[in-house]
Design a protein around this ligand. Structure first.
Ligand code: UTP
Length: 297
């Protein structure tokens, strides 16, 4: 029987330079889509997928992220006193069980692979998820839940995969596909940020992974050899060389790249329009802006 995936690593130690100056003092993961920080979307997704232990790899200046997960008894009491039950419920839905969250420090931003490696002692010999909160995925069933269900059938390593335009291949890890089975593809190799003409397929890896502990052992070796950034995709690709399976999973849902300004703005509009309390106003505003734009043309 395959082991259940109950632990997730959230590497959030990057510098977030694309959002400077905001990220001088605000961790990117705390920036809000409508009224919830990016990290809350990732936590909700993980919970839906059955994750019980949440491991954050953080760095200097991420204090606000740790504070966010504290309970707020005084605030809860105030809301209760004022009869603001709905807000109280919203607040309480973000409370985490005692001991469910662990924080590990990545002392130097040596890359995503290195960040995952930093959490190795909390993983032991079991499969684990990696989630990048920058990638926000809207859909009926959480992306990680879909992957956990598929993983229960396949085992091996699994990465979330998404079709991208050829000219965007250089922003992603791209899959070299051995066999296309529809929702799942069997992966022969992975190329990190290739030029358009070198991309082995149009399937890009995005920030959701289910990995075997062997990937951590690979990271161990890569880490001691590499001078620059330690890539997670290299460690996964090594698993293929060691005859372990790697699958790409075409998830159902819409992914927003909230690590970029444009993606973040698009997500803000999409999540705003999805809210009953905001839709009408926002829609009217967007329509009026579009009309002004058209008139100016
Ligand atoms: P990004 O490539 O988006 O880098 O990292 P970044 O620092 O967050 O943002 P920019 O590019 O400077 O604007 C992808 C994910 O990997 C984590 C980041 O926190 C983010 O979740 N990461 C990256 C680490 O945890 N450590 C690293 O050394 C690098």
């Amino acid at each position: 029987m395959k082991k259940k995936v109950t632990k997730a690593i959230f590497p959030v130690a990057g510098m977030g330079t694309r959002f400077l100056p905001a990220t001088k003092s605000v961790p990117k993961e705390i920036m809000t889509l409508v009224d919830r920080p990016l990290v809350q979307y990732a936590i909700d997704e993980a919970r839906e997928a059955g994750i019980k232990e949440f491991i954050f790899v953080t760095s200097r200046g991420k204090g606000a992220l740790e504070d966010y997960f504290d309970h707020a008894p005084q605030l809860e009491q105030e809301l209760r006193k004022k009869g603001k039950d709905e807000l109280l419920e919203t607040l309480q839905s973000t409370n985490m069980d005692s001991g469910a969250i662990a924080y590990i420090r990545q002392h130097k931003a040596l890359g995503l692979g290195h960040a995952v490696w930093c959490a190795r002692r909390l993983i032991a010999n079991e499969p684990f998820a990696v989630m990048l909160p920058d990638d926000v995925i809207a859909g009926e069933t959480s992306c990680l839940k879909q992957m956990v269900e598929a993983y229960a059938e396949t085992g091996g390593n699994m990465v979330a995969a998404m079709e991208v335009e050829p000219q965007h291949a250089s922003s992603y890890g791209m899959l070299d596909v051995a066999e296309d089975m529809g929702q799942l593809v069997k992966v022969r190799g992975m190329v990190e940020k290739p030029k358009t003409e070198d991309a082995p397929s149009n399937l890009a890896v995005i920030g959701r992974y289910i990995l075997e502990p062997s990937v951590l052992r690979n990271l161990n070796q890569i880490k001691s050899g590499a001078g620059g950034e330690v890539q997670l995709t290299d460690a996964i690709a090594r698993d293929i060389e060691q005859e372990n399976n790697v699958y790409g999973y075409r998830f159902r849902g819409q992914r927003f790249d909230c690590g970029s300004k444009s993606g973040f703005l698009q997500a803000t509009v999409a999540f705003g329009l999805a809210r009953d309390d905001l839709r009408d106003d926002l829609q009217a505003y967007l329509q009026s802006v579009m009309q002004v734009d058209k008139a100016a043309e």
